[in-house]
Design a binder for this molecule. Sequence first.
Ligand code: SAH
Ligand code: SF4
Ligand code: F3S
Length: 450
Amino acid sequence: MPDRRYHITTFGCQMNKADSERMAGILDHLGWQAVDKPDDADLILYNTCTIRDNAEQKVYSYLGRQAGRKRDNPQLTLVVAGCVAQQEGERLLRRVPELDLVMGPQHANRLADLLEQVFQGNQVVATEAVDILEDITQARRESAVTAWVNVIYGCNEHCTYCVVPQVRGKEQSRDPAAIQAEVAQLVSQGYKEVVLLGQNIDAYGRDLGTRPNGRYQVTLPDLLELIHDTPGLVRIRFATSHPRYFTERLIRTCAALPKVCEHFHIPFQSGDNEILRAMQRGYTHEKYRRIIEQIRVLMPDAAISADAIVGFPGETEAQFENTLRLVADIGFDLVNTAAYSPRPGTPAATWADQIPEAIKQDRLQRLNHQVGLAAAGRSQRYWGRIEEVLVEEVNPKDPQQVMGRTRTNRLTFLPGQIETLRGQLVQVRIDQVRPFSLSGEPLALSATHL
Ligand code: SAH
Ligand code: SF4
Ligand code: F3S
């Protein structure tokens, strides 16, 4: 059999990264070998993102290069998966005729079947809406310590700027027993932490039916309780939370379950009520502030991170300043910021009052400055404290150091060897604080099994 080497490049969010790990697992299972460089591969898979125009354009530039290579080497198999594949479908084949397979995110677990069709000589487009298969192959995971676990696919929201519902389809929650079994298996393989994933994770269970009393059979707090019992599991995280559905019960559950880490990722997108209404987010900045207040009453040290967009159509300077004010008032640990990018098929892209690029960039810079100040302020509280760090990897910039995260998700560096420390919980005395990371000295190893 000729060599069968594959390369995957992944763009976009954790959901895409998790999909790539499952697709890599399928290729491993089929006897393919992973390689780091696309130029060494016989099969190249780009798992793509289309959240903003620059993400989409990046994909075309990568693809153009490999399409050129394929003209000299017709044996090369070219696959485009993920959100650009779903958005563009057949159009991608017209744009890049060298492609063998275009597959939307809902088809990730079907990669083996789709490749079989390709190797029978077909050019395949798989973008129809499907029920996502429970995956039976093992994912090939990048980390040996922390594992992503999809719990709900898709998104049923209608945020007027966002392509995700179009490209990821309707919400589909996985069966709680299947999730529980996957977590148990991960722990038996040595994983210490799981990160439960969903675009709108608070929606988990809404499609799994109700009880006679009208309540949902299973919700996110129920799921957290269920997997919390997994012996040997050390930490549980989850993302992304939506302010519209975020509940006090969720905070209480997190506060009561020691393995659930003190970190919430709750995007607010804008600090202005009119913009929030135009975005169809379904909450006000007052409601958002109340959520954070509740968190701070019940879990005072919890870290709060978020996403925000500047330059949404019609955003005035005063409305933008409301976003700056929210960031200053809340004191976020981290905010992912972006300039609004009009996306095909979304309502806001058709509105007349688009904001000039120069203004968007100016606002982005000002917001980033405010975010840096807030994060630096939040980092101060760690100075001199002893933090529990779960060591994940070597510090790529210094082989004498390892890195991991505090329970609140702050990246932390400490001296040590990865061979002995990977997957260990280390008590670290923090002696350097930067806006988005910390450094310190290890005290002693604590038990890794709770
Ligand atoms: N489901 C999550 C976020 C998914 S997309 C939520 O509801 O918050 C990740 C982030 O990309 C969003 O939070 C938003 O800040 C950003 N984003 C989405 N569409 C965008 C667009 N058209 N332009 C700029 N940023 C966008
Ligand atoms: Fe996009 Fe809104 Fe769904 Fe988040 S909740 S993925 S921003 S549509
Ligand atoms: Fe991008 Fe798709 Fe995620 S558009 S952000 S990879 S859901």
